[in-house]
Design a protein around this ligand. Sequence first.
Ligand code: COA
Ligand code: AMP
Length: 629
Amino acid sequence: MGYREVYDAWKADPEAFWMDAAKAIDWIEPPSKALNADKAPFYEWFTDAKVNACWNAVDRHVEGGRGEQAAIIYDSPITGKKRTITYAELQNRVAALAGALAARGVTKGDRIIIYMPMVPEALEAMLACARIGAIHSVVFGGFAANELAVRIDDCAPKCIIAGSCGIEPGRVVKYKPLLDGAINMASSKPEFCVILQREEERADLIEGRDFDWADFVDGATPADPVPVEGNHPAYILYTSGTTGQPKGVVRHTAGHLVALHWTMKNIYNVDPGEVFWAASDVGWVVGHSYICYAPLIAGNTTVVFEGKPVGTPDAGTFWRVIQEHDVKVLFTAPTAFRAIKREDPGGALIRDYDLSGLRALFLAGERADPDTIEWAEDKLRVPVIDHWWQTETGYAIASNPMGIEHLPVKIGSPSMAMPGYDVQILSDEGNPLSAGELGAIAVKLPLPPGTLPTLWNAEERYLKSYLNTFPGYYETGDAGMIDEDGYLYIMARTDDVINVAGHRLSTGAMEEVLAAHPDVAECAVIGATDTLKGQLPVGFLCTNAGTEKPSEQIVRECVSLVREKIGPVAAFKHAVVVDRLPKTRSGKILRGTMVKIADNQDYKMPATIDDPAILDEIKVALKTIGYAG
Ligand code: COA
Ligand code: AMP
């Protein structure tokens, strides 16, 4: 069957389609049906099943004869370390950690925050939670203590599992002071912490609260997988919304297992036993789905890469990893390829390695620009597949399904909607638009298995953020169009979310931080185009009347404040002091026009602008920091 037949078969009978996909999962009690619409628009999948995610990702492969196969290859050019963990070893390590957690009282439904660098223990911690039905919430290492504190307060973890440090080029990021700071700030306190002591930085432990991972698991009684209901939350993953309060995306267990397994063959076209590498971070959804769960559920070998595409040690690192570990499919963000292309435009380093095993490159996380796609195609000589998805969905909404059919590529489009997703372009009033017309991208409800059923402790916010604007649809927050052949084009976000080096960030959250600076009366943050990172945040600051501090000092303090409150990952380095912000007569800041000015693009004078002269002032200010042409 080709793509069209598979898509139509799903559309004709979604229930049968997903029940069939569910056969690939080991159930303790199989589901009697796929969709549960009892609480619509809060849909669930496989509610009445009993299952364990860790069993499906680990134990069943050991039983099935893959015990000696590598489950995880750890390759860390930044520390010079490499390690392979077989499925049998992974089973023992995860069962021991799960047993130790259970012995300290962690039970099904308890939350555990995981704050770890890219080491195999991060995956082991996730799987140990899944083994005993604890709900993990992984927090990206590049976030500051304050962001960690917000997440602690939102999900009230019983335990936090952390690394002693992460390693960035040129510096060791000590996690423990960030963790201690976050716990001090948060009103909810974890009962205990488990700290993986890395040799690059050993952390001081707090007696009675903190345990050294090695001692913690020593002698632990291994835990068996605990059966959980199909709708039991497997994890919460916080993602940026329009405000400083991140959204806790919930992932139910059964749908996530079924859907992720389905994607490994049908989208990525990898078979059990093959090596799959997602060069991302466990702190992001790509890391959850395609470094940890999906490759392991499907019996692949996953690569945990601790390094950067360039500088660790050079722009040939990716090619070395592909050759050395026989990677069949690579998945990363376009920004990684832009970084490589900038360092090695002719691809000279590629020729030093044998990449004949590589079958495809998948890109996601941000818009894949045609230059980058064409460069990658030309240099790697494999299909380069742009695919579009979100933290909320957990896997691709639109892709080129390589295991079903390699659709003709249209550069600039992540191809077509995947089975499960009825994607439509809607007008502001919610009416479906015709081919080629630009509008809001929405997905007809119900969303497929594995997508978010709600937000953690925030049902109202779930409805408001995603379902209320277009009744009967999920609002993706992206705008774009579908062409006459059914190819989707993602053009822009419709909200305050920006994408910096494939990292999703909220300009609203940055504005909240800037507004708290004592000399700032009013502010705005926009995402300006950046040739490497896709977008970079730029801040505009209006200072309080009578402020005597020099503007440069205020800018410096604001840059530090965002780094301290949100984290280095925000990459907030550019801001200017301006007298006033351009607004509509009703007081709305004209951020879209400011983006166009920063990018030196033509713009239409907004009809409702309060005072057009302000736009010239903005342009002059932007020029002082290297924007606006
Ligand atoms: N822990 C602590 N700090 C971190 C971090 C982590 N896990 N990840 C990033 N940071 C810091 C970086 O050190 C940097 O700090 P600096 O301002 O002191 O230099 C800052 O956050 C910004 O990091 P990053 O966006 O990674 O930029 P970079 O300039 O270090 O590297 C690229 C640029 C393009 C090489 C890098 O962004 C990259 O590899 N991107 C791939 C994107 C990706 O995998 N996205 C995941 C979604 S699929
Ligand atoms: P995240 O939740 O971090 O995965 O970010 C999701 C957002 O990233 C989407 O809503 C899009 O705005 C953007 N995005 C992800 N993949 C693509 C893609 N292939 N093309 C364009 N934008 C993308």
